[in-house]
Ligand binder design. Structure first.
Ligand code: 5GP
Length: 227
């Protein structure tokens, strides 16, 4: 028996944003764990390496000069300057992964997100909110990997970013990590079930299928004999 629908196999492009300290990183790590259907794009940045970060894992850490060269050679799908450093998404293998049916996650700030929206409107936009501004401040201070001046800059930026939440499709408050992770997974699953992903519907002929069922269904035949 054939399938009733044929849906687009191409994966979804998913942008996840939210202020620094909202917990995007931890959520995404949990979402992609043991899931080959999702590919996380690794961005490039000119900022200094922080704490336990590893080059090629959290980011590709490059110099400002190297970054500017990549901009000139159009190697960035989008990029921005944030807190005095460059951040960008290398075009690289994004399309390849989408074509292979994987969802591709970009963890980027709002300006980059809005640029992606202009270029690729069908992208899914998810915004991660901290439970409160007090909690956000606490989380930023706890990191202890940045100077006070930088923490203040990030905190101020958070106020501007939260105002832009209505430009996104989904919002998740990161109060409990497990719940936030489940919500992201639920969104990705629901997006796969969208009717606009359907390419063809095979419903056949009503009369023929009705007849086919009466003749082929052994249970019905047995039942008739018993009677
Ligand atoms: P952090 O320094 O805390 O790792 O990142 C600072 C901000 O840059 C975060 O909001 C993060 O989402 C954003 N970011 C990381 N990679 C990219 C990127 O490739 N493009 C853009 N536009 N923003 C990025």
């Amino acid at each position: 028996m054939g399938h009733i629908i044929k849906s687009k196999e191409r994966g979804n492009l998913v942008v996840i944003s939210g202020p620094s300290g909202a917990g995007k990183g931890s959520i995404i790590q949990e979402v992609i764990k043991n899931n080959d259907n999702i590919w996380l794009s690794v961005s490039m940045t000119s900022r200094e390496i922080r704490g336990q970060e590893v080059d090629g894992k959290e980011y590709y850490f490059i110099t400002r000069e190297e970054f500017e060269e990549k901009i000139t050679h159009k190697e960035m799908l989008e990029y921005t300057e944030y807190s005095g450093n460059y951040y960008g998404t290398p075009r690289g293998k994004i399309n390849e992964h989408l074509e292979a049916g994987q969802d591709v996650i970009l963890e980027i700030e709002i300006e980059g997100a809005l640029n992606i929206k202009k270029m690729i409107p069908e992208t899914i936009f998810i915004f991660i909110m901290p439970p409160s501004m007090q909690e956000l401040k606490k989380r930023l201070e706890k990191r202890k990997t940045e100077t006070e001046d930088k923490i203040i800059r990030r905190f101020k930026r958070a106020y501007q970013e939260i105002n832009e939440v209505t430009k996104y499709n989904y919002v998740i408050v990161n109060d409990e990590l497990d719940q936030a992770v489940s919500k992201v997974k639920a969104i990705l699953l629901a997006e796969r079930c969208r009717v606009d992903r359907i390419e063809e519907v095979y419903i056949g002929n009503e009369e023929e299928i009705l007849h086919e069922n009466l003749v082929d269904n052994k249970n019905i035949v047995n039942l008739e004999r018993k009677i």
